[in-house]
Design a protein around this ligand. Structure first.
Ligand code: NAD
Length: 332
């Protein structure tokens, strides 16, 4: 078996090498995206593995893969909107992805942001840096997690991992989900959306972005939340109405926010060397607030995630080469 691996980043190399030697598979790697210029790397391979940043929009690429005997395009990521499925079908190419790679990575970032906010680290830091004030006034007293209620909106792979960690820390965990899953009952109590908003000291979002979940947290929901509550969004920026969030923070409707995702983030998260005018005003406004912590969609970025994205994808390619059924087929 031979596999051509495109878009290889340096952090992936040790995991690719480790997998290839354990499985006795020959891999051919490049840091470049798959195009008509370098599709020939896949000659004699049974699969290509990809982590595309933009669309694979040249029909000749799909045609050549078929001519070379490639059976599958294996995405090492969740998203698959870069693939032209008409051409994949026309040239008999299966497409796989890695929909779940390490829920724990995002869950740990959620807990980290929540604890940072609860202990008011940003506010202390601001006072030390700006005012040389090293005191601990009454309004900065914290509560310990076993006294607090964590409210989750959406309990799938990530939400349930968050529930496990917070319940192990002694918090009361309540949750709302459109689907009931009895497996998670040891770590949480299911309730309705409004009760989560009203009772939680930390409200954390873990639903996908759908038309039904877009802006699910807006002016009305901020008013329902406790003034002392924190909102954490490590899911998708568009779940939250950003202008309403800024207003809720300015008006003291909520105590602070932890954000790993922001609406419209793709123009700046993941980029460097941007000019000031390329950074949106809503980001600048939020980033200035000491009771807000922002990370650039880096919650997923752990060694375990990268290893799993690589190795789950490659395992699927090996399974396909051996005539078996891969873990995650996106489309035929
Ligand atoms: P999942 O599919 O396992 O779970 C999602 C849950 O949301 C399901 O239980 C579903 O029933 C529930 N849900 C759907 N619509 C709902 C609604 N209207 N109200 C309440 N619950 C609803 O997904 P997951 O793997 O846990 O991922 C959750 C979110 O995390 C996704 O938005 C994903 O994009 C995001 N994510 C972020 C990062 C990051 O680095 N920040 C990384 C991976 C995933």
């Amino acid at each position: 078996t031979k596999i051509a691996i495109y878009n290889v980043s340096p952090v992936e190399v040790p995991y690719i090498d480790d997998w290839a030697s354990k499985n006795q598979v020959e891999v051919k790697t490049t840091d470049q995206p798959l195009t008509s210029e370098n599709v020939s790397l896949a000659e004699g391979c049974s699969s290509v593995s990809l982590k595309p940043l933009g669309p694979i929009d040249e029909e000749v690429v799909y045609q050549k893969l078929n001519e070379y005997g490639v059976k599958c395009m294996g995405l090492r990521i969740v998203g698959f909107n870069t693939i032209n499925f008409d051409w994949a079908k026309k040239y008999d190419l299966l497409v796989t992805n890695v929909p779940v790679y390490s829920p724990r990575a995002i869950a740990e970032m959620t807990v980290t942001q929540a604890m940072y906010l609860l202990r008011k680290i940003g506010v202390f830091r601001y006072r030390m840096d700006h005012d040389h004030d090293f005191t601990w006034p009454g309004e900065l007293i914290s509560n310990e997690i076993y006294n607090l209620t964590v409210g989750l909106i959406g309990v799938g792979h990530i939400g349930s991992a968050v529930a496990e960690i917070f319940s192990a820390m002694g918090a009361k965990v309540i949750a709302y989900d459109v689907a009931y899953n009895p497996e998670f009952e040891p770590f949480l109590t299911y309730t309705d959306f409004d009760t989560v908003l009203k009772e939680a000291d930390i409200v954390s979002l873990h639903t996908p972005l759908f038309p039904s979940t877009e802006n699910m947290i807006g002016e009305k929901q901020f008013k329902e939340m406790k003034n002392s509550a924190y909102l954490i969004n490590c899911a998708r920026g568009e779940l939250v109405d950003t202008q309403a969030l800024i207003k809720a923070l300015e008006d003291g409707e909520i105590a602070g926010a932890g954000l790993d995702t922001l609406a419209g983030e793709s123009s700046y998260f993941g980029h460097t060397g941007l000019s000031d005018s390329e950074i949106p005003d809503d980001y600048k406004t939020l980033a200035k607030m000491p009771n807000v912590v922002i990370t650039p969609h880096s919650a997923f970025y752990t060694e375990t995630s990268i290893r799993n994205m690589v190795q789950i994808c490659l395992n699927d390619q090996l399974t396909i080469a051996k005539g078996g059924r891969p873990r995650s087929i996106v489309s035929r």
